[in-house]
Design a protein around this ligand. Structure first.
Ligand code: GLY
Length: 462
């Protein structure tokens, strides 16, 4: 964890943006997998980690905006806990590590909030995403699960988004440490991908590397010869000559800072001509999008730039036609890239998405598009120095979507369906890196993972 001044400073910054009342940030608890004592791997809430740093279950942080006091609620471990878990620090010792002086048993949380409620003070809480915390809020605040979305504190959400969006140098260093692990995950997959190997054989090794790095995967691994299925988490296929293998995978460090990279590789070790032509378009879109990054530009404009490069390239291949600019404005390219160019990344792989995608990615100036494809863009607003985001264009041939649009005779002026029909067995290609917005442009974070055709083919040469 970072030093205690980091957490005290972050809370101090947050306090400046909240007018009054009490801020409640519950941590997460262990969640049973199939019975009470067999739990999923514990993952602390990222807001709790950001402001209170402690990576253990059963805690809640409270900031009294009016008195300036911070409190941690939780229970010291019993002898029974210690028998099963080994020696544990006292709550007061944990609190000291994050600069919090006042602690109390977890049962005291309901009392203090009840008192505040009776005094008519505002209690700021965030949108809970886990059932356990929804029930906790119902219990201690008397706000029913169904009423909670309407009662969350938008003031608190906005203040946290403003703070967490700008990464501290120590956070960037942590992300780059995670990328060392991601580099090994991706290059190992490239070395293992060959005819006869099953996806799950590679997936298991890749997940093991993430764990060996001291943390875990930052999201369930996407590793599939069906790259056209955007979030394909099944790993049952056997790799064969001529397949493309898409791996979208990230590590998170022990401190939970994430990475997110995608590479698409030829199982045969060499791209065929058709694969290479599509790959080069995606790579061109990615490189041009990255080069366009600078503070003050909207990410939506960069998304549209990448979409234009893709539509241009597909037109050169004869798959699209007509006026490329108009095709992109109207969303015709989304047949091939139905997702957004990228998202914020940090303590969460989709950073702060629990707070609401639109609060993170949009503002009064830039609103989310309602056009299919562009509507999926998670980050549209103006970039600022210190943002960390992904840049991940792709081209996919999704048979069901192609069939639907063709039946509907959609965008006949921009799409050459006869030619597209010949790519139904192609799969999909996505290329993704993690990028820091700097005061004068951008920095692609971490050790470069092979991504040009020559780099991939050289690494996969056997
Ligand atoms: N890399 C997975 C995602 O962005 O959803």
């Amino acid at each position: 964890m970072f030093d205690k001044d980091t957490y005290a400073h972050r809370r101090e910054q947050l306090r400046k943006s909240i007018k009054d009342g009490i801020v409640l940030i519950p941590g997460n608890v262990d969640v049973p997998m199939n019975y009470r004592s067999n739990t999923y791997r514990f993952r602390q809430d990222s807001n709790f980690l950001y402001f209170f740093g402690l990576d253990q279950q059963g805690l809640a942080g409270v900031m009294d905006i009016d008195s300036g006091e911070d409190m941690l609620f939780g229970d010291d471990h019993t002898m029974d806990d210690i028998i099963w878990m080994g020696p544990q620090p006292l709550l007061s010792e944990c609190a000291e590590r994050v600069g919090v002086k006042r602690t109390a048993p977890f049962s005291g949380l309901a009392e203090i909030l009840e008192k505040a409620k009776q005094q008519g003070r505002k209690i700021h809480f965030l949108p809970p995403y886990r059932a356990e915390n929804k029930l906790l809020l119902e219990d201690i605040l008397g706000v029913g699960v169904k009423e909670q979305p309407a009662k969350v504190s938008v003031e608190l959400i906005r203040a946290i988004v403003a703070l967490r969006s700008i990464k501290e140098p120590q956070e960037i260093a942590e992300i780059e440490r995670a990328i060392d692990v991601a580099w090994l995950m991706h290059t190992t997959a490239m070395k293992m991908a060959s005819p006869g190997v099953y996806e799950h054989e590679i997936a298991g090794v890749v997940e093991g590397i993430a764990i060996s790095g001291g943390g875990m995967l930052s999201f369930p691994l996407i590793l599939s010869i069906h790259g056209e299925i955007l979030h394909n988490h099944s790993h049952n296929n056997k790799l064969e000559e001529g397949h493309l293998l898409l791996m979208d995978g990230g590590a998170e460090t022990a401190m939970h800072y994430a990475t997110d990279h995608t590479r698409t590789m030829p199982v045969s070790g060499r791209f065929d001509e058709r694969q290479k032509a599509v790959y080069e378009i995606v790579l061109d879109a990615q490189l041009r999008a990255i080069r366009a990054i600078q503070p003050g530009k909207t990410f939506k404009s960069i998304h549209l730039l990448a979409a234009g490069v893709i539509a241009d390239g597909l037109k050169a291949l004869g798959l699209m036609k007509g006026d490329v600019k108009q095709a992109v404005e109207q969303g015709a390219h989304a047949l091939f890239m139905p997702h957004g160019l990228g998202h914020m990344m940090g303590l969460d792989v989709h950073d702060m998405e629990d707070l609401g995608e639109d609060h993170v990615g949009y503002d009064n100036e830039v609103k989310r598009s309602d056009i299919f494809g562009t509507a999926s863009l998670r980050l549209g607003r103006k970039l600022q120095t210190g943002f960390v985001l992904t840049v991940e264009p792709g081209i996919y041939f999704i048979p069901a979507l192609i069939e639907k649009w063709k039946q509907e005779r959609k965008f006949m002026e921009y799409i050459n369906y006869d030619k597209v029909q010949r790519y139904l067995d192609f799969g999909g290609i996505r290329i993704e890196d993690d990028v820091l917005v700097t005061s004068d442009g951008f920095k692609v974070l971490g050790r470069p993972i092979p991504k040009t055709v020559a780099e991939l083919e050289s690494l996969m040469d056997r």
